[in-house]
Structure formats: C-alpha cells, structure tokens
Design a protein around this ligand. Structure first.
Ligand SMILES: Nc1ncnc2c1ncn2[C@@H]1O[C@H](COP(=O)(O)OP(=O)(O)OP(=O)(O)O)[C@@H](O)[C@H]1O
Ligand SMILES: [Mg+2]
Length: 337
C-alpha cells in the first residue's frame, strides 16, 4: 500500500520524466524533463496549447502510461517498486476523469451498475445493503440528488453534466487520494461548468483529495485553482509553475505572459486595458522539429539570438518571485552561459 504520507511527502513526484512515442519511424519527444510534485489535498492546473503534453502528463500521473525515462515516485517510492496487491491499491489511489463521459460510461449499464462494479470488484462493500448505501452516498457526494432518480437510469438518459458527475462518482468509488480531471468540464455547457467545479472543490475539501486539473482554458484555471498552483506547458516542457495568484498577476515567462494577457476578465474595462502581447509567430512548431535551444524562441517577443536559440533553459527559481521558470533571460545568475 502507498506509505502513509506526511505533509512533506508528495503524493506523486515526476523527476526528469521523458516520454516519447514513435510514429511511422519518427520518434516524437512528447514530454521532456518534467519535474512536478503533487502534494496531498493540493490543486494543480496544467495549462498550455493543444499538443503540449497535458494529457500525457496526466496519464503518467494516473499510472495509465509509463515514462520513457526519468522517475515517478508515489508516496516517496519509485512506482516500479510497488508489486502485487500493493500495485492495485496504488492504481486505485490515482484516478483519472476524462473529457468525454459518453465514451467512458458503458451505455448498456445503469448508473447503479456502473458504480457497483468497482465497489464489488475491490470488495469495498460488505453486502447488498452496504452497496446500496454506498451508491446513494456517492451520488449525493457529486450532487446527483435524489439518488433514487438517477440510479436506474442509463447514461444516455442523463445530461452531459450529470454524466460527468457520474464519472466523478465512479472515480470516487475506490477512495482515491488524487484525481486527474482532464478537460473534465470542456464538453459541458458553460452554465453547468461552474457548478461541477464547485462540486470538485467541495470534494477536495471534504475528502482531502488532490486534484490535477487539466485545461486549455486559463480563465477556468484561474477560477478553479486560485488557492493552488498553475503549471504552464509548452511543447512537452514545463516553462513556468507557481502559485496561481502570482502566475496570473505576475507571470514571468514570455509565453505565460502572452497567455495571461489573452485571458478575458469579467470586467470588460479590465479586458480592454490589458496589454495584448504580440508573439513573433503564431505557429506552434511540430514535435518532430522542435527548435534548438528554448523551444519557444521562434515565437518569443524577448528572443535574444545566440542565447535563446542555443541554451535549453532549465526550470529554476527566479529571484524575488515565487515561480520557477525556464527562461535564460530571467534566471541568468543560475545558468552558466
Ligand atoms: N499514443 C500516442 N502516439 C503518438 N503520439 C501521441 C500519443 N499520445 C500523444 N501523442 C502526441 O503527443 C502530443 C501531446 O499529446 P497530449 O494529448 O498529451 O497533448 P494535450 O496537451 O493534452 O493536448 P490537447 O489540449 O489537444 O488535449 C501530441 O502531439 C500528440 O499527438
Ligand atoms: Mg489533452
């Protein structure tokens, strides 16, 4: 079983994680040198443009994918060292909720069945009465009430938002310590998004869950992870990570700055006053042709020739701020150039 973690032991830690895929004989470096730890009861948002590696990172965290190199520590111990029953307990503790609940909920089963299977398979209930009690409890936890109206329905009889709540309830059946929510509200109506995010927040507080929230929507990240951290990814690397308010109000990396400048605010006056940051190019390079040096340099408004196109910047603390940033122009004291 995952060792009892103290408040200083991360639930999961990625150290120098690389992941590559081979497509038609071409090796794609989808993740490079990812260092990320998730603490118990913490919210971390991973943001970045399509294809930057958010889902791949989420799958590695949830144990659905292995790393090509680097280390993944769970509860302070390398994941490979968990064997037998320990390994299955571990798998239960790290759950993922996908974007499309229609694809992940079996249409032939009722919601009651969908929740029963993992509860029975993992022997998490004593008898039928206990099973019913637990299903009622889970549906109530995710605000699908009254449970009696839901339990005998099939997925297609529910709304998109309700289906996503069922997916969350199913992830909760096995009493996880961490949930990866991968674009979990992207497919539901805007009006329902906020209420699902509120439910997730409440679950974090009531159950002590950690949540890795993956989104390409920075406004959502800001709203959902205000008390947590945001990690910004670009072409398979983490370029900046830090506490959400600092990431939003005082972004450091030129890419984060450009992303933040584009986030609409509730107050249209603030949105109008925001300075738009012009990138040198809007084109995202292909993974098969990652630029030399800093992968962002062909687009970076602060590009310095002979430096940015040569040095691969490591993620380092920037003096005077809380974030760690991968930009040679911001961490000159610590990068030998
Ligand atoms: N199994 C795979 N085989 C080959 N390439 C893959 C595989 N899985 C992911 N990729 C590639 O890795 C890159 C990163 O994919 P990933 O799904 O992690 O990105 P993402 O940040 O989640 O993007 P999105 O915002 O579109 O969901 C993409 O270019 C994708 O095509
Ligand atoms: Mg994705």
């Amino acid at each position: 079983m995952m060792p009892n973690t103290t408040s200083t032991t991360p639930l999961i830690e990625l150290r120098g994680v690389h992941r590559q895929f081979e497509v038609d004989g071409v090796v794609l470096p989808v993740l490079q040198d990812i260092n990320l730890s998730v603490n118990p009861n913490e919210i971390i948002c991973l943001v970045g443009e399509s294809g930057c590696g958010k889902t791949t990172t989420g799958k590695i965290i949830a144990g659905l994918l292995g790393q090509s190199s680097g280390e993944v520590l769970v509860g302070g111990k390398p994941r490979e060292q968990y064997t037998g029953p320990e390994r299955s307990v571990l798998r239960r503790q790290l759950q993922i909720v996908h974007q499309d609940p229609f694809a992940s909920l079996n249409p032939a089963h009722t919601i009651g069945d969908i929740l029963s299977f993992p509860l029975k398979r993992h022997k998490l209930v004593k008898d039928r009465a206990d099973l019913r009690r637990r299903i009622w409890e889970l549906l109530t936890l995710v605000d699908l009430t009254p449970p009696g109206d839901i339990v005998n329905k099939y997925p297609h009889q529910l709304s998109g938002g309700q289906r996503q709540r069922v997916s969350i309830a199913r992830a909760l059946t096995v009493q996880p310590k961490l949930i990866v929510a991968d674009e979990a509200v992207s497919m539901v109506d805007v009006s329902i998004r906020v209420s699902i995010l509120k439910t997730l927040h409440r679950l974090k507080d009531e159950l002590g869950l950690a949540i890795v929230f993956i989104t390409h929507d920075l406004a959502l990240a800001k709203y959902f992870a205000w008390e947590g951290r945001i990690g910004v990814m670009y072409l398979g690397r983490m370029v900046e990570i830090g506490p959400t308010p600092d990431m939003i109000l005082n972004p450091q990396h030129p890419y984060t700055r450009a992303l933040m400048a584009a986030v609409p605010e509730a107050d249209p006056d603030i949105t109008r006053r925001k300075k738009h940051i012009e990138l040198r190019s809007d084109e995202i390079p292909r993974l098969s042709e990652i630029p030399h040096g800093c992968a962002f340099h062909p687009r970076c408004p602060q590009f310095l020739g002979g430096k940015c196109d040569v040095i691969v910047p490591p993620l380092l603390p920037v003096p005077g701020v809380t974030q760690t940033v991968a930009c040679v122009n911001l961490t000159p004291a610590t990068v030998g150039d």
